[in-house]
Every structure is written in C-alpha cells, then in structure tokens.
Design a protein around this ligand. Structure first.
Ligand code: PLP
Length: 372
C-alpha cells in the first residue's frame, strides 16, 4: 500500500493550523531553486520586506526561521539571554508557560507573573515585578491561543524599557489578524508562525529583532546555546551583499509564505483586521442562542481565537463526541480547551482566510444539526 493515502478535506477552525489559501498551495508546487540561487535570494529579500510590513517594523533583522513558532520563541530567548540572566515572563496560558520553560533551559533565572487563564496580565503587577527583578528580558504573549485573550502591550513594554530591559513578544496568533506594531510598541524580539492568520502551512516562524537586540547579541560573553538559531550565524545567510550557507532554507515553504504575504498586503492590513473582528462578531451572535458564552471579557477578546464556554447540551452529549461528529460528519475541526480549561471551553479559530461569513455560517449550521 502506498504511504500517501487520500487526505480528507477539512475546514480547520481550531487553534491552528488554519486552511492555506489555494494560491499558497499553488506557489508551493513551483519548481525548486537552490538556496543560494540569486532568484531565491531575491524572493527571500521580498519576503523579509513583506514581514516588516505586517510586523510594523523597520528592523533589518526580520526573517522567516526555518521551523515552527516554538523555534521562533527559542530563537528570541536563547539569543537575548545568557546563563544566569534574569527574565520576567508573564504567564496566563500555555504559551507564557512555554516561554518560561525555554528560558529556564537556556539557563536564565526565571521569575513569572501569573494571571488567571482567560484574563490578561495585570500591567501594574508586571511593572512591580520589573522594578523588583530588574530583568534583562521581559516576555509575554500578545494573543494567548490557549485562552483567547488579547494582551495590551504598550504599558508593560514601556515599564520594561524604562528599566532598560528588552521586550520579547509572542505574535504567533496575532500576526496579520490584529494590529502588531513592533516599532511603536518598542519590542526587541518578536516571533510568529505561518499557520495561523497568514494562512500558510506550518513550518516557518517569522521573527524580528531590533537594533538594540542585535547589539546585545553582539556583546554576548558566551556563545548562543543553539547553533541553529544563533542570529549572528543566521545573518550570514539572510543579510548582506554576499550570502553564505548556514542551513538549507526551506525553499517551498518560503514560496508559500511569499504568496500568503501577497494576499495579506493586497487586501491591506486594516481591512484584514476588520474582517477578523466582523467574523468573530458573527460567530458570537450565532452561538449565543445555542448556549455558548465567551470566556473572555469583551475588551480583551481575540477575534481569531474564540474561547467559548460550553453549554449544558454539549456537556450532556460529551464535548469530545460532539467535536468528533463535527469532524467526521461535517469535516470541521474545532479545538478543545487546554489545562484548567479542558472540558470547559472550545477554541474556535477564525484565522486568515477562514475569517469570513460563509465559513462562520457553515460551522453554525453544522452545530445546530449536531446539537438538535
Ligand atoms: N505561541 C503561541 C501563542 C501559539 O499559539 C503557538 C502554537 O499554537 C506557539 C507559540 C507555538 O507554535 P508552533 O506550534 O508553531 O511551534
């Protein structure tokens, strides 16, 4: 039997991946180039410029890391931290927790400020901890995919910079679905993933580093613990007149990201952000009569990741079996809750190309049938 068997069509409305647009998949079927071919390097440079636009930055060091979002997280933390450095991490969900673990493994002295899952980090508590810990890095998540919370960035970032700390921001789920303004917010290291609002397959992690961050990397006393993610080595391939081999860039994934960015920039960011907001409003209006309630208070709610408290009817039928029916009978994937929210919520992603009325209506129709 061949290893590759037919693959079912799914509407991916979970926490990611979301569906890739056909233009992205078409781009990924184009002929391979070598990773040092001048045509590929020119494409890569255009991808870097497109990423600057969606990240809201002029940072020269903006590039797609050849691995998923977690590698972007590692890249940011292992480059900016040396063993023994203090870091303050805001934790109000899975991905803040992952940041703390990555920093710990990089030998940093980790302090966390926690907030209840489903609520944002308290800016005052973060500022207080910054004053106490005097961290080298302050890191937190913009769009917490495990809870659906959108974290206000400005105040925490200002408190960090006032204390001379660098700021690392997780933009995996927010990028191109909610405004991301790295330069205006004073962010030193940011990372994302291609499989969410950029509507590309998983596999690349767009990252961006400020001048200040690059200076800090150059001034390190110890080598970056990861050879693969060492920014000073990556710079030899991603920057400058003469590019040299570091690792073999994922050619096909880069074509896909180029096509994804083209769609984002053709649509325009403001329009894309509104489309996400409107899709979430339509979803919430549609699920309310079925008894679902949003977990997160309106002012902190993410539009691309809707955390919905489960109604009695879903609990009666069993949330797992209901999700299984959506998948098997309707080809629709929605996400379960994680950690303390397992069995309590669903996570409905309306990311990138899926943030559209017809997509929302297809889910609502399926839900009405399953819960009838
Ligand atoms: N950060 C956030 C907020 C995420 O949602 C994810 C993945 O869902 C990650 C980090 C890790 O990204 P990946 O799974 O692509 O490694």
């Amino acid at each position: 039997m061949p290893i590759l068997q037919p693959i079912p069509e799914r509407l991916l409305l979970g926490p990611g991946p979301s569906n890739a647009h056909p233009s992205v998949l078409e781009a990924m079927s184009r002929p391979l180039l070598g990773h040092l071919d001048p045509d590929f390097i020119a494409l890569l440079d255009r991808v870097k410029q497109g990423l600057r636009e969606v990240f809201g930055t002029a940072n020269a060091m903006t590039l797609p890391i050849s691995a998923t979002g977690s590698a972007g997280m590692e890249a940011a933390l292992v480059n900016l931290l040396e063993p023994g450095d203090p870091i303050l991490v805001g934790v109000n969900g899975v991905f803040g927790g992952r940041m703390a673990e990555v920093a710990r493994r990089a030998g940093a002295r980790v302090t966390t400020v926690e907030a209840t899952w489903g609520t944002p980090l308290d800016a005052n508590a973060m500022a207080e901890a910054i004053a106490r810990v005097r961290p080298r890095v302050v890191s937190f998540v913009h769009a917490e995919t495990s809870t659906g919370v959108c974290q206000p960035v400005d105040e925490i970032s200002r408190a960090a910079r006032d204390a001379d700390a660098m700021v690392v921001l997780d933009c995996v789920t927010s990028l191109s679905g909610r405004p991301v303004e790295l330069d205006a917010w004073g962010i030193d290291g940011a990372y994302s993933g291609t499989q969410k609002c950029l509507s590309c397959p998983p596999g690349l992690s767009p990252v961006s580093f400020s001048e200040r961050a690059i200076e800090a990397v150059k001034a390190r006393k110890t080598p970056v613990q990861s050879w693969y993610l060492d920014l000073s080595l990556l710079a030899g391939y991603y920057e400058g007149e003469k590019r040299v081999y570091h690792h073999t860039a994922p050619i096909t994934a880069t074509y896909g990201l180029a096509a994804g960015l083209d769609r984002v920039l053709e649509e325009g960011l403001p329009k894309r952000y509104s489309r996400h907001t409107e899709a979430a409003e339509r979803l919430l209006a549609g699920v309310e009569p079925l008894g679902f309630e949003p977990l997160v208070e309106a002012s902190y709610r993410l539009p691309m990741l809707n955390a919905l408290r489960l109604p009695e009817r879903v609990r009666q039928l069993g949330e797992g079996p209901v999700r299984a029916r959506l998948l098997e009978e309707f080809g629709i994937e929605v996400g379960a809750g994680l950690g303390p929210l397992a069995g309590e919520i669903w996570r409905v992603g309306l990311m990138g190309e899926n943030a559209r009325p017809a997509v929302v209506d297809r889910l609502l129709e399926a839900l009405r049938k399953v819960l009838a």
